[in-house]
Design a protein around this ligand. Structure first.
Ligand code: F6P
Length: 370
């Protein structure tokens, strides 16, 4: 099949570096292959809407995009072609499968291949569309770094930079007031952001979903630090972390067309528990969407750019159903299927965890020596 026109879309929560991928895709497709590139606005919604929201992407559209956060195409983390939300006459929402219609519409506008930039949800959709015969390749994105089959997703390193900067700032105010400062970070059910930023920012305690914690251990660690002359403490808690025997706290449950609940609240909960254990000067900071915004870090721009070029090359080689991935220092391709079979969490013997334990950081499962 000779490719002449490709469609690119960004799906799921935004991540710094999305625009850098779009730029790289357009440059490689136009300069390397003379293809036409179009973008679907707000994930696949742009193709499914009437009138369609499809934009032509030329070199002039992507100039200056490298350092711009967000995505010029817009994105959506609910619905999708297999679970497209439709409002019933009684006001409730039901979801319908519009995947066949999506493929028909793509044919109608002459799309030869699709580049899907997204996290696990978007790659699941990409795999299902591929199984229905759509020529599609994947580019792994998420600040959570939880996609399997790639050693890193773009967006993660910027989120870690932002979170580390926040911890640095909290250190000075915590020290001035002899306070326990809790900072709640994103990451869904994986602790990559919390563990990385926690170590980089010099946190005393790091709580991640992979290690259920005991509040008494955390309190004891703070107490021991005080005895040792350190009158303030920085506790980093991942939004998906939970106490032993408990479950992660949510601020919003699953909804039709949205497979994941919105996590949050563990920082406040832990603050109350510590106050009840004799630490009234406990303060909580929820970093939230600051971790998703802003200028992408240089390393994310690089990874995003390498992924974008490699994705176009996959299309040129006809390697559909494949996703670009970082392996060592190389960009390789893996079946999209491999990226979505397993959720990538932190192994108990991961070097970052061993490093943290070696530094005397408390992970809430035991009380380390202070
Ligand atoms: O997956 C990225 C992420 O930022 C998670 O870390 C977080 O749990 C979730 O998205 C928040 O989603 P929303 O932007 O819909 O609130």
């Amino acid at each position: 099949m000779e490719v002449q026109k490709i469609l690119v879309m960004t799906g799921g929560g935004d991540a710094p570096g999305l625009n850098a991928v779009i730029r790289a895709v357009v440059k490689r497709a136009v300069l390397g292959h003379d293809w036409e590139v179009v973008g679907s606005v707000e994930s696949f919604n742009g193709v499914l809407d009437d009138p369609m929201r499809i934009v032509r992407l030329e070199l002039s559209n992507v100039a200056g995009l490298l350092m711009r956060g967000g995505t010029i195409l817009g994105t959506s983390n609910r619905g999708g072609p297999f679970e497209s939300p439709v409002r019933r006459p009684d006001g409730t929402i039901e979801t319908v499968d519009r995947s066949d219609e999506l493929i028909r519409r793509l044919h109608r506008i002459g799309i030869d291949a699709v580049v899907s930039i997204g996290g696990d949800g978007s790659q699941r959709i990409a795999q299902a569309l591929y199984e229905k015969g759509l020529p599609i390749v994947g580019v792994p994105k998420t600040i959570d770094n939880d996609l399997d089959a790639t050693e890193m997703t773009f967006g993660f390193q910027t989120a870690v930079e932002t979170a580390t900067d926040a911890i640095d700032k909290l250190q000075t105010t915590a020290e001035s007031h002899d306070r326990v400062m809790i900072v709640e970070l994103m990451g869904r059910d994986a602790g990559w952001i919390a563990l990385s930023a926690g170590i980089a920012g010099g946190a005393d305690t790091i709580l991640i979903p992979e290690i259920p914690f005991e509040v008494d251990h955390v309190a004891m660690h703070v107490k021991r630090r005080r005895k040792a002359g350190h009158h303030f403490s920085i506790i980093v808690v991942a939004e998906g972390a939970f106490p032993l025997g408990g479950t992660a706290l949510t601020v919003k449950e699953r909804e039709p067309g949205r497979p994941n609940p919105i996590l949050g609240g563990v920082g406040r909960w832990l603050g109350d528990e510590l106050e009840a254990r004799g630490f009234p000067e406990t303060r909580v900071c929820v970093l939230g969407h600051l971790q998703r915004g802003g200028v992408p870090a240089a390393m994310d721009r690089l990874l995003a750019t390498r992924f974008g070029v490699a994705a176009v090359d996959l299309v040129a080689e006809g390697c559909f159903g494949e996703m670009v991935a970082l392996r060592g220092d190389d960009i390789v391709s893996v079946p999209i299927r491999d990226a979505i079979t397993r959720y990538r969490t932190i192994d108990r013997d991961h070097n970052l965890l061993r490093t943290g334990r070696g530094l005397g950081i408390c992970f809430g499962d035991v009380v380390p020596r202070s």
